[in-house]
Every structure is written in structure tokens, then in C-alpha cells.
Design a protein around this ligand. Sequence first.
Ligand code: AMP
Length: 288
Amino acid sequence: MVIHTTKNSLIKALSTKRIAALQANKSLSVGFVPTMGALHHGHLTLVQKALEENDLVVVSIFVNPTQFNNSIDLEKYPRNPEKDMAELEKIHGEIIVFLPEVSDLYGTIASSEEYDFNGLDQVMEGQHREGHFNGVGTILNKFFRIIKPEKAYFGEKDYQQLQIVRRLVEIEKLPIQIIGCPILRENNGLAMSSRNERLSAAQFNEAAIIHKTLTEVREKFPTHSIAQLHEFVAERFLLIPGIELEYFEIVNEATLTSINEKIPSVHYRAFIAAFVGEVRLIDNISLN
Ligand code: AMP
């Protein structure tokens, strides 16, 4: 495994590899997996897929300050680069890890660009985490231009982010294929997340209600109205004292717009954000 801690050293290394491949008349496809570290099996499945589909894989580990709207969340975000490195080494010896400092990517002041994501950023996470998606867009645009991957891998766990990244490469006219990967779950159904590390054992068990509720919404979707489903979810969360529902939405999967009525040919997805104690968790499920 090779670790690069500055963008210049990574750019140089990738360029050397690309030139060598060109001289040998070989192709060299690069797959990229951006992460904020505290790696779990969900992250590792993205890396596995990237390894299967590319000649070279770059994994970034970077807690991006501009996508946090809450300084406590940023401060408490789990960080464990040594363990992350060991996990990556276990699955493949030749992964390239990019572990930059904030100043290397942003200079002295970390600030975001403003993007027109066609309204994809105006709902759910965008509504509840101001500036979040401009921060995500800013850092990914930087990474994409440094690494120039053919393919980049994102989890459906952050489904809204996945759609925004698809829009980002369109806006920036970047020739990168964005690959969505299924959500990996714990045995109790809870979506794997770096933030799960902050849950107590009891909270970890209780948090299973998030996925359980989404599964029930999917079962009820053909026979219940949207209003009935909203009522069902609100009531369910009221019964659990340690968990606070931040939002529940049913949206058109492509446009992410909320719906009041179902149209048969449209694909829908349900989303939940909830606080389990102080820890904010998100999850989603395809409904049809
Ligand atoms: P993060 O480190 O949370 O920014 O996540 C890095 C990437 O891993 C993002 O594309 C996430 O959507 C993806 N990811 C996070 N958790 C999961 C999961 N449980 N299953 C699949 N992908 C995930």
C-alpha cells in the first residue's frame, strides 16, 4: 500500500503510472473511493468493487470540514487512520491511499464553491444541514481533478449525495462514471456508518428501528396513502424515547422531490434522518 499525504505527490505518482502504461501500450483505469475514514464493511465493499473494475484504486481518507454545518459533529467524527490503513492493507496490498491535510486541499481558509444542483440539494439533508452539499461538491471536485479517475464509487446509504455527485460531474463536464453501491447493514438491519461507533450498546439495538420502519413503509406502500405513511412513521418514533425523528420523506428517486400522490411509472424512495441520543443517523429504502 502506498500512502500520499499531499496532492502533489499523488498527482506525480499517478502521472508516472499513466505514462508507464502508455509507453507499454497498456491501458490503466483508475477507480476512486472517497471516504471520511473510520472504515467499516460498507466502505470496504466499495473498495472491493473498485478493485474488481479497475487497474488501480485510490481511496481517500479525509474528514472534509466544509461539509459539516455543526462544529461538534465535526470534532466528534470518529478518526482512526492507522486502523483504516490496516483494513485496506488486508484486502489488497496495492491500494493507493490519499490522506491529505486540510490546508493542502483548501489553503489557509476552508470554504465552499456554490453549485446549482437543480434543486437536488434543497430537500432532506440539504434542508437540515445548510451548506452541506456545496461542501461535498467542493471537495469532490478537487479530488476528481487531482485523481482523474475513470470511475468513482459511492454508497446508496447517502443516496441524495449519490444523485448530487451525478449532477456535479455533469456541471463540471468531468468524464467520470459514478457507480452507486448497495447499503451494507449490521445484523439488526442498522445501516453501517462510521457514526455507529458513537452509539452505546443499547442505542445500537434501539437504532434498528430506523431500518425496521423503512421496511414496514415499503410493505405498506402499495396499500397506504402518502399521508397515512407519514402518520405511521411519526407515531412509531413517538413511542421511542431515546430517538428523535428529524425527517421522514417519500420522494421521486430521480428528482428527489417530495410527493403527495403516487404515479405508477415513477420510482420512489423513503428516507429517514433521526437522532439517536446525540448521534445523527440516516437511511433510505427503495419502495417500488
Ligand atoms: P463516508 O466515509 O461516510 O463519507 O462514506 C464514504 C462512502 O461510503 C460514501 O459513498 C458512503 O455512501 C459509503 N457508505 C457509507 N456507509 C455505507 C454503507 N453502510 N453501505 C454502503 N456504502 C456506505
